[in-house]
Design a protein around this ligand. Structure first.
Ligand code: FES
Length: 153
């Protein structure tokens, strides 16, 4: 199958790879770079478990072709903490106990960071709406929204 070379920045590190043109960003992260924090829930854009930031915007990495990302800046859950210091939203998820099984959590947190950066945090209803692409099968929505609200200030 056709392959292409792509150079992108992942969590501050410049990477160049040659990949099958059909490779999703999610598979690139997980299988080529060993960054398994982003989860493959549905692999079809329906669950949000694979959410990462591309140039500061939220995307479902399962729906994003890696070869389209020449020059892009990608941030994953692995790139959020500053050394030993968690990102405030990561800390808020712990403080609020905003997960049960944890499978959706990386995607929820990346989506929450995007939601805060976009300024969609005026009310719990607004947060719910702008994070509606992130499904939690354990039903932790109240605590997730609280964590985002708290972090947004
Ligand atoms: Fe990408 Fe579900 S794995 S949206």
């Amino acid at each position: 199958p056709p392959e292409s070379r792509v150079s992108l920045t992942v969590n501050g590190t410049r990477r160049t790879v040659t990949v099958d043109n059909r490779t999703s960003l999610l598979d690139l992260l997980r299988e080529h770079f060993g960054l398994t924090g982003s989860k493959k829930g549905c692999n079809a854009g329906a669950c949000g478990a694979c959410t990462v930031l591309v140039d500061g915007r939220r995307v479902n990495s399962c729906l994003t072709l890696a070869v389209r990302l020449e020059g892009a800046e990608v941030t994953t859950i692995e790139g959020l903490a500053d050394g030993d210091e968690l990102h405030p939203l990561q800390q808020a998820f712990i403080d609020e106990d905003a997960f049960q099984c944890g499978y959706c959590t990386p995607g929820q947190i990346m989506s929450g960071v995007g939601c805060i950066q976009e300024g969609h945090t005026g009310s719990p209803e607004e947060i719910r709406e702008w994070m509606s692409g992130n499904i939690c099968r354990c039903g932790c929505y109240v605590k997730i929204v609280r964590a985002v609200e708290q972090t947004a200030g």
